[in-house]
Design a protein around this ligand. Structure first.
Ligand code: ATR
Length: 269
């Protein structure tokens, strides 16, 4: 459920797993006007849906509409995965799980425990990433954002070892960091580029972007050019989908190179 939703890669992703595991099911895009979201989400159970994914701009409205919530969804006050059970709606948030799974698959040597990490952006996507990094043992999460008040609100809501930086302080924000994550829309096709001076970034730092269109963002290209390990954002989308698929269809799905190629073919088309 999204608005708009035509661009979503999730039908192709779940459709691949349904075919791969021989499950008689369907995953369909539902374009839901925000004004009609509550009525639509209440319709899931009577229509016979096992559940749904929720994307922009409905994640907060979904949080408010659930009958029960996972601890992660409560903490983020946002839901991306709904499971229907006995006519009731249960909400979870798997974005942070997807982020960490993608990172451990793409940069298996990375250990952020006791290290500083740098997150660019303080929007909805940043919240899931910051909570996941805190849980994974980062010693300090340095947030770089244009609007300082948004970083302060994020820090107040999530707690944890968060430090706020502006875009003028990126040298201090990057020095000694084990990981840099872009959660802003900068660098996405059609958006302004992300211009970041990486001179102060340690050579062993990993750089990742939650933007996956283009797959290699200018940030990842610049990091790769100076020898840093990079992890693209497509894997976060693939991994965040796993818990929902398992809950709805009873089978733990795998993220494989074939799945990635199948989904990538759509981005290219
Ligand atoms: P999402 O839920 O996908 O994270 P969002 O909540 O709109 O989307 O957050 C977008 C992020 O990109 C924010 O951190 C935003 O910075 P502000 O909080 O200052 O708005 C950042 N962003 C978007 N466009 C930007 C720009 N032109 N320059 C700097 N930061 C930008």
């Amino acid at each position: 459920m999204g608005w708009p939703v035509a661009h979503s890669l999730s039908p192709r992703l779940h459709g691949y797993w349904l075919g791969r595991y021989g499950i008689d099911g369907a995953y369909v895009p539902l374009a839901v006007d925000p004004a009609a979201f509550d009525a639509a989400v209440r319709g899931l159970a009577p229509l016979g849906f096992r559940g749904a994914n929720v994307t922009v701009p409905h994640k907060e409205a979904a949080f408010a509409a659930m009958d029960s919530l996972s601890e992660t969804a409560k903490r983020l006050r946002a839901v991306n995965t709904i499971v229907v059970a006995d006519g009731r709606l249960h909400g979870d948030n798997t974005d942070g799980f997807g982020f960490l799974e993608n990172l451990s698959a793409g940069a298996p040597g990375l250990d952020i425990r006791g290290r500083a990490v740098t997150v660019l952006g303080a929007g909805g996507a940043a919240r899931a990433v910051v909570a996941a990094l805190t849980d994974a043992g980062a010693e300090k999460v340095r947030i770089v954002n244009r609007t300082a008040a948004r970083t302060d609100a994020l820090a107040a809501d999530l707690g944890g070892p968060i430090a706020a930086f502006g875009w003028r302080d990126t040298a201090a924000a990057l020095g000694g960091a084990a990981l840099v994550v872009n959660t802003t829309s900068l660098g996405m096709a059609g958006q302004p580029p992300l211009e970041l001076d990486l001179d102060h970034l340690p050579a062993d730092a990993v750089v990742t972007d939650i933007v996956y269109s283009p797959l290699e963002t200018p940030l990842l290209a610049a990091a790769r050019a100076r020898g840093n390990a990079v992890v693209d954002g497509l894997g976060m989308l693939l991994h965040q989908a796993r818990p929902g698929f398992e809950a709805w269809f009873g089978r733990a799905p795998e993220v494989t190179p074939e799945l990635r190629a199948h989904v990538l073919a759509e981005i290219g088309s």
